[in-house]
Design a binder for this molecule. Structure first.
Ligand SMILES: NC(=O)c1ccc[n+]([C@@H]2O[C@H](COP(=O)([O-])OP(=O)(O)OC[C@H]3O[C@@H](n4cnc5c(N)ncnc54)[C@H](OP(=O)(O)O)[C@@H]3O)[C@@H](O)[C@H]2O)c1
Length: 152
């Protein structure tokens, strides 16, 4: 039994992770989305599969991440095996921009950089920080088990 948390799971690569992982019933998949009522593909999977849990969180918002972590703990007994930091802000229109392309659009450059940093850097740090205790608990449990085995 492996537990997975996937951020940005409502579309794109995140949704593909959920589809692939949930196909194996030994996996428990926590699919995080910013807008649960609008995540129809995830809700459909959740309605069909017992091992899919759709939870709402914005990775820039620590209280929403903490509330999701509590839900994960209830299902797993307090541990987490894998966190996939997939959620990200990607500007489809400007993904090929260089600094030169932003010439004359300095305000846009500033706001893009702020959003990239807020979501793709700070958001990931916040997510790791919230889920790390679950992962650490798992490691403590495993190391206790393996030291008991070593004593046998
Ligand atoms: N596509 C590629 O070619 C490629 C290549 C290399 C790496 N990657 C990486 O793979 C990941 C997914 O890429 P993708 O192409 O599937 O991207 P995508 O289609 O743009 O999906 C991004 C996901 O992140 C979510 N997201 C954005 N801001 C968020 C926030 N503040 N809190 C929580 N979730 C947030 C989006 O939710 P909403 O729907 O609510 O906006 C969406 O679910 C990214 O980390 C990207 O850097 C992609």
């Amino acid at each position: 039994m492996v537990s997975w948390v996937i951020t940005g799971a409502n579309r794109g690569i995140g949704l593909a992770f959920v589809e692939e992982l949930s196909a194996d019933s030994r996996n428990t998949v926590f699919a995080l989305t910013r807008n649960k009522p609008n995540s129809s593909a995830l809700l459909e999977l959740e309605s069909k599969l017992k091992n899919v849990h759709v939870l709402q969180a914005d990775i820039t918002d620590v209280p929403s991440l903490r509330s999701v972590a509590k839900e994960v703990e209830k299902v797993t007994g307090g541990t987490l095996d894998v966190l996939i930091n997939n959620g990200a802000y990607l500007s489809k229109e400007r993904n090929t921009y260089t600094l030169d392309t932003y010439d004359g659009k300095e305000d846009l450059l500033d706001s893009d950089c702020e959003t990239f940093f807020k979501v793709n850097t700070l958001g990931v740090i916040k997510t790791i920080n919230v889920f790390l205790p679950l992962s650490a608990r798992l490691h403590r449990l495993l190391s206790r088990k393996s030291s008991r085995l070593a004593q046998v």
